[in-house]
Structures are given as structure tokens and as C-alpha cells.
Design a binder for this molecule. Structure first.
Ligand SMILES: [Zn+2]
Ligand SMILES: [Zn+2]
Length: 217
């Protein structure tokens, strides 16, 4: 798998060695060659360029993706995560489910932001291509789609000009809510789980976790 993925990434043109290295990691972690992940990857690179920022190593940039659930879009979100470094685990990848192949990238300290969307025409073509119509829509898992169908889709986003693939709105300024970081721990009085203090519900004066609370939020 690693040799095959390395060869595929080495065949990509138009990105530098560093971007290739992250794309190689992205492909290994994503697990299969498809059109969605590289589309998100390229879109993430374009968003960072428009903001004049580098890949996020810490927690100073946030990506808010408008991808929904239950439709073909998860691969796109993975691409955005890998290129921008705005990962779910670091708490700087957020989802506002709207069923759109779009996201906003925000530099936290300045509030400078851009919105990136995949062009309608590109999505129309992707969804009319055999990868979707002949395989995915018929229940074939992405890793089982033949390479001669999957590979051209993987390469396509890198072959298009930015203007053909994306629309970028901004930079503009947004105000993000600033939650105070919580360092306190409490123990759920029902199940005994250790939980972050700001997630504790108080019932009869005792802390209770979200699974044990009688209240619904
Ligand atoms: Zn995929
Ligand atoms: Zn509990």
C-alpha cells in the first residue's frame, strides 16, 4: 500500500515537496484514492494561501466545514484537515452540517477568514463520473473501485486551475466565540467517569455526566 501510494503522490504535479509529503500521509490515513479527499486538500491549500498563513501546527486556525452527514462529502473534509492541519482532535475542525462542499478557514487571533466552495460545475462532473454512478452509488466501497477509475479522479483537482475548481470569498473578518479553557476535572456521581468540569451537569448538587443526566440538551 505504501509503495503504491508513494508512486501515486509522486506522479502529482503542481505541488511542492512538503505538500506532497502531507498528501502522502493524507492518502495513507484516508485509506483509498478518490476524488473528494484531494479536492479538499487543494481547497485547503488555496484557503491558506488566500489568508497568507502556513499549515496549522498548533490551534491558531479553525476550519468550519459545511459538509453534512449521510452524503458523499466525508472524503472532502479529510482533505481539508490534512492540508490545513485543522484537525478534529485539536478541536479546530468544526462541522456546521449544511450538505455543502464548502468551508470557512479563520485565523483566530485576527478573525481574518475566507470561505471556499467547490464550483457547482466541478461537483456536477464528479457526481456524473463512473466513480460515483457505476460504483459508489451501486454500493461499491471506495477502496474497491478499480484503479483505472479512481486514480484519474484523485489526480484531477491538481490538474485544474484554481479558478476552474474553486470560488474563494474574502478575506473578510469574523468574530469567533471565545470559550474559556477549562482545566478542572470532576467525577460523575452516577457512573464514576472523569469528565471535564465544563461538561458536568449539576443534579441535586452533585456533578453528573452527559450520559447520566436526566436532562436533555
Ligand atoms: Zn475518499
Ligand atoms: Zn455518568
Amino acid at each position: 500500500m505504501f509503495d503504491k501510494n508513494r508512486a501515486l503522490v509522486n506522479s502529482i504535479e503542481g505541488i511542492d515537496d512538503k505538500q506532497k509529503e502531507f498528501l502522502y500521509s493524507a492518502l495513507n490515513i484516508h485509506g483509498h484514492a478518490c476524488g473528494g479527499m484531494p479536492m479538499g486538500y487543494v481547497a485547503g491549500l488555496a484557503a491558506m494561501k488566500a489568508l497568507g498563513i502556513e499549515r496549522e501546527l498548533n490551534m491558531d486556525t479553525v476550519a468550519i466545514v459545511y459538509a453534512g452527514n449521510g452524503h458523499a462529502v466525508g472524503c472532502f473534509v479529510d482533505g481539508v484537515q490534512f492540508s490545513t492541519g485543522c484537525t478534529f482532535g485539536k478541536g479546530i475542525m468544526k462541522r456546521e452540517a449544511k450538505g455543502k462542499w464548502q468551508f470557512m478557514l479563520v485565523q483566530k487571533k485576527t478573525g481574518k477568514a475566507v470561505k471556499v466552495r467547490i464550483k457547482n460545475e466541478v461537483l456536477d462532473k464528479v457526481f456524473a463520473a463512473p466513480f460515483i454512478t457505476e460504483y459508489r452509488a451501486k454500493g461499491v466501497n471506495p477502496a474497491d473501485v478499480p484503479a483505472d477509475v479512481a486514480i484519474p479522479g484523485f489526480k484531477r483537482p491538481f490538474l485544474l486551475n484554481q479558478e476552474e475548481l474553486l470560488e474563494i470569498e474574502g478575506p473578510f473578518t469574523v468574530k469567533l466565540p471565545k470559550p474559556k479553557p477549562c482545566f478542572g476535572l470532576v467525577t460523575c456521581s452516577v457512573c464514576g467517569s472523569t469528565i471535564a468540569e465544563n461538561y458536568a451537569h449539576m443534579e441535586d448538587g452533585k456533578p453528573v455526566c452527559s450520559d447520566c443526566t436526566h436532562y436533555t440538551s
